[in-house]
Design a protein around this ligand. Structure first.
Ligand code: SF4
Length: 522
């Protein structure tokens, strides 16, 4: 860790931070309001913006050493995960590491000896929720001083967040980031013995850490194929919190997918902030996302999904591979964000409305039964009503099955944050309402078209609302409720669709009926 970014004074805008020590590796020790704080490294937005200075290392690391393998024996952990699939998958790695240290997942909070909040920085309300939880956890820390309370994930990569924790939440024991999850065993040990707050957030462009243990459950698995993002959309904090685009080696991805197939997983979702950029950073081989999908198509795993795509990198080669189908399901998540080219330019999306519609048209031509879903932001700075109407008309033209819709939320440090956020909140809410109404209409219509069809459904479990009803998903990721027996969970079954709602379908389970089960819903 180089000396020059050791000057932490620009982070602490409060006078009573007393420097009490500095060790060889440049680690600094501060005392703030009676709490000693060890800072190995702290987030630096300026450094996180930079690209192209550091090479990418692929590290086949084994962080849980012999010495640490029984550190957690008889102890319990709890993880609270916020945000996207990437965070959920990171939490699986964090659980894998803690369980390799001997910890067991707590069944109730007061049992926990380690509580980690794996945070999301994508929107303001996500951050507010986390600070609410940190405040709420103070009572647990007072009751159990040996409890290790930690914050990780994307919020930890933000200077303002770490500053706020140092200032307002001295009961937090550990802060680490998205680049050094593999350091967790050591950091938990340090926080436990030192009784100090330990801060270790790396400002790296990013490496690839392989062979980390993962605690996966159920029949579906996440598989990272790449990390980070270089698109720098003007409203997005991800390129700063997740580092540069870096692809895992194809052989490592294929090895993991084959292993999951052997373990009997029925569905995998390939993860990346922008999966279509997979392979663009390879300097020693010409191997693209289309090549990877074509190789995964040959592996005996029933279903393969991927997220998230960027329209700018979604090429014809990928479309033709997806058109081969097999285990490559016909559901594509293709974020558009806005239907107006001027707003798209202000967002830094680097494609136009026309480009997007042409791409959606190409996909539907090559895969006629493909289902498209998307992400849309309303109320971006300067968005006029006419420009919003362009978003509505694009939704009608594409005919999405579903979408994640958001009101624009300024993120500190992003270019859009300095743009005048001049769309009144009332207007933003009104636009969001109109958009969700329209999307609901399309979702209902698409579901109604399925009535009478018999489709393959992967049975995921009992319906959240009725334990006597099973729930599963079609290849196009539509939720289906039907009667069945618990031993069908985890299996593919043929379901005849008998009814349609906006966000789910009802169906008849022939296999179960012929085995004497009840036909339809009571
Ligand atoms: S492509 Fe996605 S993750 Fe990357 S900067 Fe844009 S919105 Fe953020």
């Amino acid at each position: 860790m180089s000396k020059e970014n050791k000057d932490y004074s620009r982070y602490f805008d409060f006078s009573d931070a007393k420097l009490i020590g500095e060790s060889e590796d440049g680690t600094l020790k501060y005392r703030i309001r009676g709490r000693d704080i060890t800072i190995h490294s702290q987030p630096d937005l300026l450094a996180e913006k930079k690209r192209g200075r550091q090479g990418i290392e692929v590290i086949y690391d084994h962080p849980v050493t012999e010495e640490l393998s029984d550190f957690g024996l008889g102890k319990y952990y709890e993880i609270v995960t916020y945000g996207c699939q990437m965070n959920e998958h990171d939490s699986e790695t964090i659980m894998g590491l803690l369980e390799q240290m001997g910890y067991t997942q707590a069944t109730e909070r007061k049992q926990a000896d380690v509580i980690l909040l794996n945070t999301c920085a994508i929107r303001e309300n996500a951050e507010d929720k986390v600070f609410g939880e940190i405040g709420h956890l103070k009572s647990f820390k007072l009751e159990k001083p040996s409890l290790i309370l930690g914050v990780c994930g994307c919020m930890s990569q933000e200077e303002s967040v770490v500053n706020r924790i140092l200032q307002k939440h001295p009961h937090v024991d550990l802060i680490f980031g998205t680049h050094n999850i593999h350091r967790l065993p050591k950091l938990v040990q340090e926080a436990y013995y030192s009784k100090e707050m330990v801060v270790d957030v790396w400002n790296k462009e990013g490496d690839i850490i392989e062979n980390l243990p993962k605690k996966r459950e159920g029949i579906k698995a996440w598989v990272n194929i790449m990390y980070g993002c270089d698109k720098f959309c003007s409203y997005c904090i991800v390129p700063y919190t997740r580092g540069k685009e870096r692809s895992r080696r194809p052989e490592d991805v294929l090895l993991e997918v084959r292993d999951l197939a052997r373990q009997g997983f029925q569905e995998i979702t390939l993860l990346g902030q922008n999966v279509n950029a997979y392979g663009k950073d390879f300097t020693d081989l010409n191997y693209t996302f289309a090549d990877l999908m074509d190789d995964i198509r040959k592996i005996d795993i029933p279903r393969v999904r991927f997220t998230t795509s960027h329209p700018r990198d979604f090429d014809d080669a990928l479309i033709s591979v997806l058109a081969k189908k097999g285990n490559l399901v016909e559901q594509i998540h293709l974020p558009v964000q806005s239907g107006n080219s001027l707003i798209l330019r202000k967002m830094g999306r680097k494609y136009t409305r026309e480009h997007y519609l042409e791409l959606a048209g190409k996909i539907k031509k090559a895969i006629p039964d493909a289902v498209l879903t998307t992400d849309i932001i309303v109320g971006f700075p300067g968005e006029t009503n006419e420009q919003f109407e362009d978003t509505l008309s694009l939704v009608k033209e594409v005919g999405y099955d579903a979408a994640f819709t958001f009101i624009y939320s300024p993120r500190d440090g992003t270019p859009a944050a300095v743009m005048e956020d001049n769309v009144p909140m009332e207007e933003k809410k009104e636009r969001l309402h109109r958009l969700n109404e329209l999307l609901g209409e399309f979702s209902r219509r698409s579901n109604e078209k399925m009535v009478g069809q018999t489709v393959e459904v992967l049975v995921e479990g009992e319906s959240k609302n009725n334990p006597h009803v099973l729930a599963g998903r079609t290849r196009t990721n539509k939720l289906v409720h039907f009667h069945g027996s618990r031993d069908q969970i985890g299996k593919m079954v043929e379901i005849t669709i008998t009814g349609a709602q906006t966000y789910y379908l009802r169906g008849e389970n022939k296999e179960w009926i012929t085995s004497g089960g009840a036909a339809s819903f009571a």
